[in-house]
Ligand binder design. Structure first.
Ligand code: GZL
Length: 318
């Protein structure tokens, strides 16, 4: 049994630990961890929640879960509640980059370690959190841009569906995409607007783009698969063929995106791995035992086009 499996096995058996070390039963108490999740806005988000919930269960951890419905004030409220419950550690998926210093200073005063997953924050004092476990969103944007530039042979009009305003993945995926297409003066972003990472809003914004620009649109770049799938619906309802009349490229790599690539409606997705549970709890273990934790752990991602999707779809985990 390797170390991680042993840790998971033992942490799920607090009484066994007590017996092994001749401690009174109450001494080996269950670890209590608060998880402030953004919401359930996308298939990616649900996969991330499932990864953290199932890993907590496998490790015998008492996970206190709160869904913020994509509102920062709800996240701040739940973080304060976790402090009041004297949890052992807090996991946060921060909906936006700014506005976290005051509440994180309260958590630091309570000596509770914080692990950030999937999105980063801007703070003047990075001791306010132990580590960030996330993908490199700028690189994801670059990869989407490079793939699209090649597909369009360096020429075409693109409309962009941005993620949640102020969120790290939205800011950085836009930045990376712009860096990449700057190398191709023939490619122009003619419209760009937030679809808030949801399928419904992605469809609504794409409908407006089609009304304004119609056949002038050669491609759509969506910051996540859910908005891309909404855009695909809008393109079909406008009597056009997604994946052919309008090229569609997005980010996340969820199962429904692979299904859309197999049917030819989506052309490419850049993976953004949501299965962050094991790394998050390993980081908490290290932080609680005073071991050094790297400030940022980058999750590796791959790019999938329609050919790659046909070969990979059967083995996808989310
Ligand atoms: C990325 C994550 C983003 C996904 C979206 O780490 O924060 O939020 O790309 C999700 O699907 O809504």
């Amino acid at each position: 049994m390797n170390c991680r499996k042993l840790a998971r096995f033992l942490s799920a058996k607090p009484l066994l630990i007590a017996a092994l070390f001749c401690l009174p039963a109450h001494a080996a108490k269950k670890q209590v961890i608060g998880f402030s999740q953004i919401g359930a806005e996308s298939a990616w988000r649900s996969a991330e929640t499932e990864s953290i919930r199932s890993e907590a269960a496998a490790r015998g951890i008492d996970l206190r879960f709160s869904d913020a419905q994509q509102k920062q004030e709800n996240q701040i409220k739940s973080i304060r509640a976790f402090v009041a419950q004297h949890v052992d550690a807090i996991i946060i998926a921060p909906v936006v980059e700014t506005g976290w210093e005051p509440v994180l200073r309260e958590v630091k005063r309570a000596k509770i370690p914080v692990v950030l997953v999937d999105r980063g924050i801007r703070v003047s004092d990075d001791s306010l959190y132990a580590t960030l476990i996330a993908s490199d969103f700028v690189e994801e944007g670059r990869r989407a841009g490079d793939w699209l530039a090649k597909k369009l042979n360096g020429k075409g009009n693109v409309v962009e569906l941005q993620g949640t305003t102020g969120a790290a993945p939205a800011l950085d995926r836009k930045k990376g995409f712009e860096e990449s297409i700057a190398k191709h003066p023939g490619i122009k972003v003619i419209k760009s607007q937030s679809g808030d990472f949801t399928r419904a809003k992605g469809k609504e914004v794409m409908e407006a783009f089609l009304k304004a620009e119609g056949k002038n649109i050669n491609a759509v770049y969506a910051h996540n698969d859910d908005m891309a799938l909404g855009a695909i619906q809008a393109i079909e309802e406008a009597g056009l063929k997604p994946g052919t009349d309008i090229i569609v490229v997005s980010i996340d790599g969820v199962k429904s995106a692979f299904e859309a690539m197999v049917t030819g409606k989506l052309n490419c997705t850049v993976e953004c791995n949501p299965l962050l549970g094991p790394a998050a709890f390993d980081a908490i273990e290290a932080a609680l035992s005073g071991k050094p934790v790297p400030k940022k752990t980058i999750v590796q991602d791959n790019v999938f086009d329609q050919e790659a999707a046909k070969n990979a779809i059967a083995s996808r985990k989310y």
